[in-house]
Design a protein around this ligand. Structure first.
Ligand SMILES: Cc1cc2nc3c(=O)[nH]c(=O)nc-3n(C[C@H](O)[C@H](O)[C@H](O)COP(=O)(O)OP(=O)(O)OC[C@H]3O[C@@H](n4cnc5c(N)ncnc54)[C@H](O)[C@@H]3O)c2cc1C
Length: 363
């Protein structure tokens, strides 16, 4: 029934597709269903069909910030391939570029340069789509995509209606957004405000950022930085860091403590599990040296987190999205619905047996 319903609404849906090829980490098992949406119309049709069947869902962009588990995913992966740009005049000296969510960020950065529009130079060299970048508020060299977002058009998987967000409503914070927090809005189209500038200068800045990137990052399969840098806001964190790392004073002034620096200080560069390794070049990158399994990468992430906590008392927060079948640390979208269902079943059982119910769940 499920497959026939899906086939009817999404004729190009595929079954048992390996996810490995769709991520920059080159790991991951198969997904039961897989669909590449080339147009917004196809995407919306597929989202409604999947929501009606209440199937577990994962929305995929360029796959450059995600680790899929080795186990088969018993749900649907929809890859957003919708591409397209439109440019409109905005306030004097600026323009808005509207981009479909599946537009590669690199294409957008180059297009902005061609149009002599400035504001995205820092993103030269970041793989993935603009939809993925907005979801995770992609950032580099002190800039972030959220700063230039004007509007984000989405599809709400709960109400099955479109919803448009302005910049404030997106709740952008360092590597965070409302989309990442709530996991129920599929990003369709983004409006970015860019300033009119000088093409040659834009090109020069892009080259400089790319140079810095190539100098510091490894050339292996990876998903970029694994952990978020530590924002040093609270005085107690400042004190903790001063005590553990007196030489980190320079970072305290900048307000951010790079996760890579902490990992390096714990002597973890070169640490390996299977074919997964903490990069020697950049300690916040875990690299696949060829043939790594997702389980090796996940184990290595845990080991790094535990060691940093043990040695420096600092808790690292994962940036990379972990897509595991319904486990506590998974980032699958409808996991919460599934868990709610499981929890409700358990509560029902307890009720039938006349056992005490947890606080807040009493009749
Ligand atoms: C070599 C390398 C360098 C990198 N450098 C940087 C860097 O400097 N700064 C930085 O911030 N990141 C960096 N990254 C990480 C990554 O490229 C970015 O986070 C990127 O923006 C992710 O986009 P994506 O399309 O690949 O998302 P994916 O990896 O496909 O997905 C990431 C998350 O976004 C969600 N998502 C994707 N598309 C949509 C959509 N249309 N609607 C709703 N949700 C969606 C997915 O569900 C998933 O949870 C780097 C990665 C690599 C491999």
């Amino acid at each position: 029934m499920k497959l026939s319903h899906l086939k009817k609404n999404i004729p190009k849906i595929k079954t048992d597709v390996s996810l490995k090829e769709y991520t920059t980490f080159r790991v991951g098992g198969k997904t039961r269903y897989f669909f590449e949406a080339e147009t917004e119309e196809d995407l919306l049709k597929a989202l409604v069909a999947v929501s009606n069947l209440r199937l577990p869902l994962f929305i995929l962009g360029g796959g450059s910030n995600v680790v899929f588990d080795d186990e088969k995913f018993d749900g649907v992966v929809i890859k957003v391939n919708t591409k397209g740009l439109e440019v409109e005049d905005y306030k004097p000296g600026s323009k808005i570029i509207y981009a479909e969510a599946g537009t590669p960020l690199l294409f957008l950065v180059n297009k902005a340069k061609e149009l002599s529009l400035s504001g995205l130079e820092w993103a030269a060299g970041i793989p993935g789509t603009i939809g993925g970048a907005v979801f995770g508020n992609a950032a580099a060299f002190g800039f972030s995509v959220g700063e230039i977002v004007k509007t984000v058009e989405t599809f709400d998987l709960e109400s099955l209606k479109k919803r448009k967000f302005n910049q404030k409503e997106c709740c952008f914070k360092y590597k965070e957004s409302i989309f990442k927090k709530e996991k129920k809005y599929v990003i369709l189209r983004i409006g970015l405000v860019l300033r009119e500038g000088n093409k040659k200068e834009i090109e020069k800045r892009m080259r400089e950022y790319l140079k810095k990137r190539n100098k510091s990052q490894p050339f292996y399969w990876s998903a970029g930085c694994v952990f978020k840098n530590i924002k040093i806001e609270k005085p107690e964190i400042k004190l903790k860091i001063k005590k553990a790392l007196p030489e980190a004073e320079k970072f305290l002034r900048s307000g951010f403590l790079p996760a890579g620096y902490l990992i390096d200080r714990c002597g973890l560069k070169g640490e390996k599990i299977g074919r997964a390794e903490v990069s020697q070049k950049h300690a916040n990158f875990i690299i696949n040296k060829g043939g790594a399994k997702a389980k090796d990468i996940i184990k290595l992430m845990r080991l790094v987190k535990e060691r940093v906590k043990e040695r420096l008392g600092i808790e690292l927060d994962r940036e990379v999205i972990l897509a595991k079948n319904f486990t506590v640390d998974s980032d699958f979208w409808v996991r919460d619905n599934k868990r709610r269902e499981i929890k409700n079943k358990k509560l029902l059982k307890r009720r039938r047996k006349g056992k005490n119910l947890p606080k807040g769940k009493e009749k």
